[in-house]
Design a protein around this ligand. Structure first.
Ligand code: ADP
Length: 270
């Protein structure tokens, strides 16, 4: 069983896991909450066949990563398929978090905090030369103490080849990635710009009312989304540099982080 060899120390004991409620649906199967040796966890579960390959890839990448803004892998369980056990993010994904709470509950300091959290996680991924490829607010989860963490490394690749064009999240994907499958940290930066737009619009669907084909065509011709309502101009200008047609002209995550730090300093000094 090659999986066992690859995963070595990451194998957990099914006997020590108590499964609880279903808390979400992933592409490959349900996500449950649970308790493992006293710790609250999330368990992503699938039947072990073709899709196990994708999961194992996700897991192998995750074993190498540790950062406060990346959802942490605790291990895997092999029992009637594959179960991926991660820390439990009790407040769910960022889209739902923002939609259900809205402007009356979440202030702009909190929005900026989430933006910085994601940026720090991505800065770390960039330092590991990893490209996420599916960065979007739906793939950012919120912990019990309101820390935003990047999840869903299913599409993460060390190199930038091969992808299934039909499955690309068009509204989040950079033009050069859509057209020529050129994925890079700079295409993640484009997606991060869309994510910023999602955050500051409290979880709206990007390019409202536009079809996917329309988005592809118009963005290629230079069309960009307007600023969300009440979005600070400085934050909107960050979105716009993330959406430079030319990947080289987009900042890296480190640069973005410095800029966001300065914004935070202005909004909540000290
Ligand atoms: P997929 O990548 O296959 O679409 P996800 O990993 O995004 O599946 O999980 C689907 C949903 O399950 C998420 O949107 C989220 O609501 C929930 N979920 C996933 N992982 C966790 C977690 N660690 N803690 C809490 N909820 C989670």
């Amino acid at each position: 069983f090659t999986y066992v060899l690859i995963l070595g120390g990451w194998l957990l004991d099914i006997e020590k896991l108590t499964l609880g409620e279903n808390i979400g649906e992933g592409e490959f199967g349900a996500v449950y909450e649970g308790v493992y040796m006293g710790q609250r966890v999330a368990v992503k579960t699938i039947k072990c066949d073709v899709t196990a390959q994708a999961f194992l890839q996700e897991t192998t990448v995750m074993t190498k990563l540790q950062h406060k803004n990346l959802v942490r892998l605790l291990g895997v369980i092999l029992h009637k398929g594959l179960h991926i056990v991660t820390e439990l993010m009790t407040k769910g994904n960022l889209v739902n978090f923002l939609r259900t709470r809205g402007r009356s509950v979440v202030n702009s300091v909190q929005l900026l905090r989430f933006s910085l959290d994601v940026c720090e996680g991505m800065d770390y991924l960039e330092s590991k030369k990893l490209v996420h490829r599916d960065l979007a607010a739906r793939n950012v989860l919120i912990s019990d103490d309101n820390v935003a963490k990047v999840s869903d490394f299913g599409l993460t690749k060390v190199d930038s080849k091969v992808s299934d064009k039909a499955k690309l999240p068009v509204k989040w994907t950079a033009p050069e990635a859509l057209k020529k499958e050129k994925f890079s940290t700079k295409s993640d930066v484009w997606s991060y710009g869309i994510l910023l737009w999602e955050i500051f619009s409290y979880g709206r669907q990007p390019y409202p009312k536009m079809s996917l084909q329309e988005v592809k065509d118009k963005v290629e011709q230079g069309y960009r989304m307007e600023a969300p309502e009440d979005c600070p101009p400085s934050v909107y200008s960050l979105m716009r540099v993330c959406w430079e047609q030319e990947p080289r002209k987009r900042p890296g995550f480190h640069k973005l982080r410095e800029k966001l730090d300065r914004e935070m300093e202005k909004l909540s000094p000290g």
